[in-house]
Design a protein around this ligand. Structure first.
Ligand SMILES: C[S@@+](CC[C@H](N)C(=O)[O-])C[C@H]1O[C@@H](n2cnc3c(N)ncnc32)[C@H](O)[C@@H]1O
Length: 275
């Protein structure tokens, strides 16, 4: 059930989990990533920017101050819980961000109305990535820029698959798969081919590697799970089972533990291209 839902819709969170996502993942990773992507896209005065798979809206909020009063920021996501948090966090911002519920594979916008599209950690969740890229290409003006990021495969992000394996031992089939879903099994060459085949030009792919640190292995496991689609399933476990799972996670991740907590690399693709 968890797996089926994930396959069909990709990283779907209830609103309370979206709040945890904003507190944990956005503050730890996405805020910094958004700054980098907005910078790489060269977002400036007057630009019309689309944030694809916006989640709680960090890319849209980061782009907004750079577009000025002549520009515009629009953002789309499939998940109403994420958008509810995004709307709340952007209350009072001027000009207002245009939030829209919609599917990246069938964007709810006319052709050629954006100068910039940014998709931070969204493409890997889409069942039809080529279709989504085709849609982004369609809504960009000729010469319009696309910048996207996605996690590299599990081999480059060693701590996450270990946590997913532990979860597999405690939850129904597919729960670990949900935690593995951000780490797309796609090579640099395949990502380049996907973008080029869609018609994007001058594709530049960068491998970003950032050190991740938490106070303890257990804190990493708890925060990662609490801001993911399996948060409710883990909450529903009997206390002793849940505690045993976190104990196992602590042991399994021991190789990454040092005297200040736990640290490991997180590796992402960043692609910069234009229509
Ligand atoms: C890991 S979050 C990234 C959110 C945001 N870009 C950020 O930087 O925090 C992935 C997002 O992709 C969204 N998503 C998944 N499938 C989607 C689809 N088909 N169309 C639009 N958004 C989708 C999810 O709802 C979720 O908000």
């Amino acid at each position: 059930m968890v797996e089926q839902q994930q396959r069909e819709t990709g990283w779907q969170l209830h609103e309370h989990t979206a709040e945890a996502y904003e507190r944990h993942l956005v503050q730890v990773f996405m805020a910094q990533g958004a700054q980098i992507l907005v910078e790489l896209a060269g977002v400036g005065e007057g630009d019309r920017v689309l944030d694809v798979a916006t989640g709680t809206g960090i890319v849209a909020r980061t782009a907004l101050p750079r577009t000025g009063t002549d520009g515009k920021v629009a953002a789309v996501d499939l998940n109403e819980g994420m958008l509810a948090v995004a709307r709340r966090l952007s209350e009072g911002l001027e000009p207002a961000i245009e939030w829209r519920l919609g599917d990246a594979q069938n964007l709810p916008y006319p052709d050629a109305i954006f100068d910039v599209a940014i998709c931070q950690q969204g493409l890997q969740f889409l069942p039809d990535r080529a279709k989504a890229l085709g849609e982004i290409h369609r809504v960009l003006v000729p010469g319009g820029r696309l910048v996207l990021s996605m996690m590299r495969p599990p081999a480059h992000n060693p701590a996450y698959p270990i946590l997913a394996d532990v979860v597999d031992g405690y939850l129904e089939a597919g729960a670990g798969e949900v935690l593995r879903s951000p780490f797309a099994d796609i090579s640099t060459a395949e990502l380049r081919e996907l973008l080029t085949a869609t018609g994007f030009q001058d594709v530049s792919i960068i491998h970003g590697i950032a050190p991740v640190r938490y106070d303890s292995a257990e804190e990493f496991a708890r925060l990662e799970i609490s801001s993911s689609p399996i948060a409710d399933a883990v909450d529903a476990l009997p206390d002793h089972t849940r505690e045993a799972m976190f104990r196992d996670a602590r042991q399994a991740l021991d190789d990454f533990v040092d005297d200040q907590g736990i640290t490991f690399p997180a590796a992402v693709y960043v692609a910069v291209t234009h229509r």
